[in-house]
Design a protein around this ligand. Structure first.
Ligand SMILES: NC(=O)c1ccc[n+]([C@@H]2O[C@H](COP(=O)([O-])OP(=O)(O)OC[C@H]3O[C@@H](n4cnc5c(N)ncnc54)[C@H](OP(=O)(O)O)[C@@H]3O)[C@@H](O)[C@H]2O)c1
Length: 290
């Protein structure tokens, strides 16, 4: 059985990948800077390495005896004062160097759908720079390009809960977001598959209007949607860039850009957005990031 090193094991997707590895009885070593998050999520890795991927010394020899490296590492909501270049690029580079030194056979990296077309965004540029290095590394690789995660769709649900959803344009843009559990199955399958680069989304393609109506329906409320003209989005983006630091601007820039385009990937998985919104509604009191 192949030995796996999982980096990003404490994140939304990483937790589902760890559970999938566990369920399939893979031997896996988890790198975590906060190992207590693993225990909290009932993850029992065969080995845990407490380390900071941004500090190359702390991950020395982390890939020893490992066949496959999986990395979901990247900045989403972290507020560590680091840039996408520090984490999405450099931290993954530190890991790739260790994988090369130890002779790991394959590196599975989670990038983002349309990342190569959105290199004007800081997050995508950092990720794609790493993708370029990975492709040149000589290690076999699989670059997974997922659509938006259900965890981010909670923003739509939260707007509905607050009484009104704001959408750009006319709400007709389409996307097929994916649940972490479905994506984790796909990522673990990639261990044995020959694909080098794959786009992937959830099983349902919906317009933003359909997602908004679904959120209100789950809440049992009448839909209240405000449509924001695109020129306001463009002006707001410019303003946010002027008056905020890149740590704040980066996630806003990404969100406001992908909400203004169709985000479509091959459909996969079973989890539906309605089911997710229903769970969010029921679990709301517990404030879980599901
Ligand atoms: N969310 C989406 O809609 C979406 C869509 C497409 C692609 N992606 C990409 O998919 C990947 C996984 O997303 P996710 O939602 O699972 O993200 P997440 O929950 O924020 O998990 C990211 C992981 O990276 C680690 N990390 C972040 N900053 C770090 C740092 N400075 N040093 C060491 N580790 C650090 C986190 O560790 P801690 O737990 O210690 O913070 C966590 O384990 C990301 O690269 C993301 O950009 C996300």
């Amino acid at each position: 059985m192949k030995k796996i090193l999982l980096a990003g094991s404490t994140g939304y997707l990483g937790i589902y990948i760890a559970k999938e590895l566990q369920q399939r009885s893979y031997f896996f070593r988890a790198i975590a800077r906060s190992p207590e998050k693993l225990a909290k999520n009932d993850i029992e890795a065969n080995e845990i390495l407490k380390a900071e991927l941004t500090d190359p010394d702390s991950i020395k020899k982390c890939c020893e005896g490992v066949d496959i490296v999986i990395s979901t590492v990247g900045i989403t909501r972290q507020k560590d004062g680091l840039t996408y270049m520090d984490v999405d690029y450099q931290a993954n580079m530190n890991l790739l160097i260790e994988a090369q030194k130890s002779g790991a056979k394959k590196f599975i990296y989670i990038s983002v759908l349309n990342g190569e077309k959105l290199r004007n965004l800081k997050i995508c540029d950092a990720k794609e720079l790493f993708v370029e290095q990975l492709k040149r590394s000589g290690i076999d690789y699989c670059i997974v390009r997922p659509n938006g995660f259900f965890s981010d769709m909670s923003e739509i649900f939260n707007m509905a809960k607050n009484g009104r959803i704001y959408l750009f344009g006319k709400g007709k843009l389409k996307a097929n977001p994916i649940h972490g559990e479905d994506l984790a199955t796909f990522c673990v399958d990639a261990i044995e598959k020959p694909d080098k680069e794959v786009e992937i989304g959830g099983p349902e393609t919906l317009t933003q209007n359909e997602m908004a109506s679904m959120a209100f329906k789950v809440l049992g409320d009448k839909p209240k949607i405000t449509y924001i003209p695109d020129w306001i989005r463009v002006a707001a983006l410019k303003l946010v860039k002027l008056v905020t630091i890149s740590r704040f601007y980066g996630p806003v820039e990404f969100f406001m850009t992908v909400m203004a385009m169709d985000m479509l990937a091959p459909e996969y998985g079973n989890h539906t957005l309605k089911e997710y919104f229903t769970i969010l509604n029921n679990a709301d009191a517990k404030k879980l990031r599901l």
